[in-house]
Write a protein that binds this ligand. Structure first.
Ligand SMILES: Cc1cc2nc3c(=O)[nH]c(=O)nc-3n(C[C@H](O)[C@H](O)[C@H](O)COP(=O)(O)OP(=O)(O)OC[C@H]3O[C@@H](n4cnc5c(N)ncnc54)[C@H](O)[C@@H]3O)c2cc1C
Ligand code: SF4
Length: 550
């Protein structure tokens, strides 16, 4: 049976449909039920359970939680480790310069923040939401937005049980229509439906391009004598050169756990650069390696992070719905924090949805939300750091960070020497042809401190049903060969943190192999492919990583 011959999908009606059970989606759901307990709210989540696809640092600013669940400090929560010490280093190949905390603008201080697994925080938020009557459906990906009279009227969940070639396997189940008076898109960085809506409704008109980084993370159980509970440490510089933005984080929390991660800004130029290998190299630095001696790596994953901030936030509303959290992009880059703003924008949107529902409105534009965010704590948080990323991109790490720091200081007193700087090109346009770049030699992994991609992906517990349509669509295979392969030396094989893409020699000709079952849903290919020729679409619901506590 072809899809055209299938019976109509079953439909369920809700007051509000929310796509994505991250901090933004769950905070919106909770706020809606707090304000309008009689209104129905449903959340769909493509991970096999809430938290399965959440990957973050994470040091969280509790401003969102304090306002959403004021009693959280008296409850049994996964938020147990307060930040006690905060260090920032500039790394050279073998040395490290500690930057004095007093040079940092006050907004950079982590005093009062907490070190957590954001996945576990989402599990806690999901329990709170369900206790208020929110329906949460994990294992269901939203694959289409429903449109009626030009407005978004809900979403469609993906069919289950479709084979690679499109045939329906035993146990095939049609997706459902979840129809809503309002639909909030909380898909996080580079959401697949959010991207379509941004285009369809022209939400990026007069706004800068979104900028991204790829963040790679490992979770380690370290030897007790290496654990310094509450220590937050960041580095800049080595192993990245001055012209490539990025840096590391290292957070000690809970029971001898250390989150270590590395972010590479996706406006890098050299197609030979591998963010995964840079991360492995970073761990070998004398300042870093000792932390892991005698420890065990227990989890690995990767995820894109939004970096455009103030200048790149698209228009948030369209008829019938809104973007919240990192689907729009509210990360404060110098603070490497976005979860607080994800929650705050979820709550702000929810307040406007609740008011609209109680006024009997439906499927119109929540203009009040769009008008409110820049004057809210979210807008104030992003406004003060708006030049940090453009300065870094234009001037390189050393001068960019120095001037970005100065600008954050002057912004503390209400002015900027730079006004509001623009971002450059979108990240997919920044790669240079391989012929102009130097190949980078990376050392072989030792299997103790440094690892290869495949043993890393194993620790992400990634699983996809093998017999299903490919979820990484290459629009034009010939273009991939003569551009991505011939001009950019097959950059996807290096930027993908899960070894999904390979160019193999087949009878003397390069053939593109896509190992889609390894995909950890970081979305980097959708962002960085130089021709925007790779489209990430959600695979069958429940597929992807199964992060226990990332
Ligand atoms: C490496 C790294 C380190 C970071 N460190 C910090 C930090 O220390 N502190 C901090 O505050 N922030 C940090 N951030 C940023 C922070 O993680 C994000 O700002 C935050 O997670 C955004 O929340 P969100 O709810 O908008 O999106 P997400 O957390 O990405 O959640 C989106 C959810 O939606 C689901 N979803 C997506 N599409 C669909 C679909 N079509 N159908 C169904 N479900 C879908 C996803 O599976 C996911 O569960 C970091 C980010 C990264 C990548
Ligand atoms: S295939 Fe794309 S989304 Fe999946 S892990 Fe690789 S880069 Fe990330």
């Amino acid at each position: 049976m072809t899809t055209a011959e299938l019976p109509a999908r079953e439909a369920m009606e809700f007051d509000t449909v929310i796509v994505g059970a991250g901090p933004a989606g769950l905070a919106a759901a909770i706020r809606l039920k707090q304000l309008a307990p009689d209104k129905s709210v449903v959340v769909v989540e493509k991970g096999s359970e809430v938290g399965a696809h959440i990957l973050s640092g994470a040091v969280i600013d509790p401003i969102g939680l304090d306002s959403l669940i004021p009693e959280w400090r008296n409850e049994d929560t996964p938020i147990k480790t307060a930040v006690k010490a905060d260090r920032l280093y500039m790394l050279g190949a073998s040395g490290a310069l500690r930057l004095p905390t007093m040079l940092m603008p006050p907004l950079m201080s982590n005093h009062g923040n907490f070190i957590v697994s954001l996945g576990d925080v989402c599990r806690y938020l999901a329990r709170k939401a369900e206790a208020l009557g929110v329906e949460i459906y994990p294992g269901f990906a939203a694959v289409e937005a429903l449109f009626e009279n030009g407005a978004v009227a809900g979403i469609v969940t993906g069919d289950m049980g479709v084979g690679k070639d499109g045939h329906h396997k035993p146990g095939f189940a049609r997706g459902m229509e979840l129809r809503g008076k309002y639909t909030l898109f909380a898909e996080g960085a580079r959401g697949s439906l959010s991207k379509i809506l941004i285009e369809r409704f022209g939400l990026r008109q007069d706004r800068g391009p979104q900028k991204f980084g790829i963040g790679l993370k490992e979770l380690w159980q370290v030897a007790p004598d290496k654990h310094k509970s509450g220590l937050v440490q960041h580095t800049l510089g080595w192993p990245l050169g001055n012209g490539t933005g990025g840096g590391s984080f290292l957070y000690h929390y809970d029971d001898n756990l250390v989150s270590v991660g590395f972010v590479v800004h996706l406006n890098y130029r050299n197609p030979y650069l591998s963010p995964f290998e840079e991360f492995q190299r970073f761990k070998t630095h004398p300042l870093i390696r000792d932390t892991f001696a005698g420890g065990k790596r227990i989890c690995y994953g990767a995820r894109a992070i939004t970096e455009g901030g103030w200048q790149s936030v698209p228009k948030l509303v369209f008829p019938g719905g809104a973007l919240i959290g990192c689907a729009a992009g509210f990360v404060n880059v110098p603070r490497i924090k976005g979860s607080h703003n994800a929650m705050l924008t979820g709550m702000l949107a929810a307040e406007h949805v609740a008011a609209a529902l109680s006024a009997g409105r439906a499927n119109d534009e929540l203009t009040g939300y769009e008008d409110a965010w820049r004057g809210s704590p979210v807008g104030r948080d992003l406004w003060r750091v708006r030049n940090a990323k453009p300065l870094w991109s234009k001037l390189g790490t050393a001068a960019g960070i120095a001037l970005g720091g100065l600008d954050m200081w002057t912004n503390t007193f209400g002015f900027s020497l730079f006004g509001t700087l623009r971002h450059g090109k979108p990240d997919y346009e920044t790669l240079e042809p391989a012929a102009k770049c130097r190949p980078i030699a990376y050392a072989k992994p030792d299997g103790k401190l440094t690892f290869d991609r495949l043993s890393s992906v194993y620790l992400s517990n990634t699983n996809h049903e093998e017999d299903q349509p490919v979820h990484l669509l290459v629009r034009d295979a010939a273009l991939q060969k003569f551009s991505e392969h011939d001009v950019y030396a097959g950059a996807s094989a290096r930027y993908c943190p899960a070894g999904v893409y390979e160019w193999v020699e087949d009878a003397g000709k390069p053939r593109y192999v896509i190992n889609g079952q390894n995909c950890v849903h970081c979305k980097t290919c959708d962002i960085k492919d130089p021709n925007q020729n790779i489209i990430w679409v959600p695979p069958e619901g429940g597929g992807g990583p199964n992060y226990p506590n990332m």
